[in-house]
Design a protein around this ligand. Structure first.
Ligand SMILES: [Zn+2]
Ligand SMILES: [Zn+2]
Length: 315
């Protein structure tokens, strides 16, 4: 039944399918009933309870109220094939980082079929609840979720992880709004880096080619950055971690192009004290290191590194 619903099937399609398999079908009233909404609500309340327990365990409080980190994302279809198009419906969700469970979901609709047929408001369940622009849907839903967090779950979402390229920041008007911090998602940050590199070679095709920003080199640059993020995230002194990460990221291209004079020994086994640029030594060619993408080296290092794009996409 769930499968039918999420693939856009109506009760009639479910009936047809179950009649073939010889399974008795539920009534239409049950199919479209409020049971799903109730089940969803119960699941979210339970997730909130789990979040609260984890906050207590971690001793994470905001003005005496349990505080947790959440992951937010939203979406609405932006375009169809070769058309610019803004969908009339949008959705956004808030998920607990520790539990991985849904804490809030919101939907905004700019369209209601019954309304277009001039069926009076009191005679249909109207789903139209949005008149502003599609791009503001996500912010509005997240704002609603953050604002209702305390009432709904008895917790506050004081840190959130969003898209690296998203400007969404729920400006919660409640007194604790200023505690909300945005954390960057490492995967999205790396995707943005890769996106910027792809744009760079598109704008300046001469940067491509052997010794330049080849596809392999672009992957490698991103991999080195991901590697540095992963390593520095384990550092408990956050200020030190940030300063080291900044250095690693700036040094990334130098390392990938074979100049290891400024590399950190934590990340690079080829740290040298003299410059090896300009082809003066045999080290001039790009080196393989622990953060390298080459298969031969993928598992050779003692550092855990993300070695391919698939990993980058999947985390
Ligand atoms: Zn309507
Ligand atoms: Zn290096």
């Amino acid at each position: 039944m769930w499968g039918q619903m999420i693939t856009g099937g109506e009760h009639s399609r479910l009936e047809e399918m179950t009649s073939v398999t010889g399974i008795p079908v539920m009534t239409k009233k049950c199919f479209t009933g409020e049971m799903w909404g109730r089940a969803l609500n119960e699941a979210m309340v339970e997730a909130g309870r789990m979040g609260r327990d984890i906050a207590i365990q971690n001793n994470s409080f905001c003005e005496g109220v349990q505080a947790i980190t959440v992951i937010v994302d939203g979406g609405w279809s932006k375009r169809s094939h070769k058309h610019s198009y803004n969908a009339k419906s949008g959705v956004a969700i808030i998920i607990g980082k520790e539990t991985g469970k849904l804490l809030y979901i919101g939907v905004r609709n700019k369209f209601c079929q019954a309304c277009t047929l001039h069926i009076p408001q009191d005679q249909h369940a109207c789903y139209k609840n949005w008149n502003a622009s599609s791009s503001e849907m996500e912010t509005d839903i997240l704002l609603e979720g953050f604002t209702n967090a305390e009432r709904m779950h008895g917790i506050r979402f004081t840190k959130f992880i969003g898209d690296g390229d998203s400007s969404v920041h729920p400006n919660v008007p409640a007194g604790w709004g200023h505690y909300i911090q945005k954390l960057e998602c490492a995967t999205h940050t790396c995707k943005c880096y890769r996106g910027a590199l792809e744009q760079l070679v598109k704008d300046k095709p001469s940067y491509k080619g052997i010794g330049g920003l080849t596809l392999k080199m672009r992957k490698r640059l991103v991999s080195a950055a991901r590697c540095a993020i992963k390593l520095r995230s384990k550092e408990s002194d956050r200020v030190k971690a940030l300063s080291l990460l900044k250095k690693d990221l700036i040094n990334g291209p130098r390392h990938c192009f074979g100049i290891h004079t400024h590399c950190s020994p934590d990340l690079c086994t080829k740290v040298t004290t003299h410059s090896v640029s300009c082809g003066q030594t045999s080290d001039a060619a790009p080196q393989t290191t622990n953060c390298d993408l080459s298969e031969s080296n993928a598992s050779s290092g003692d550092r855990e590194c993300i070695n391919n794009d698939e990993d980058l996409e999947g985390k």
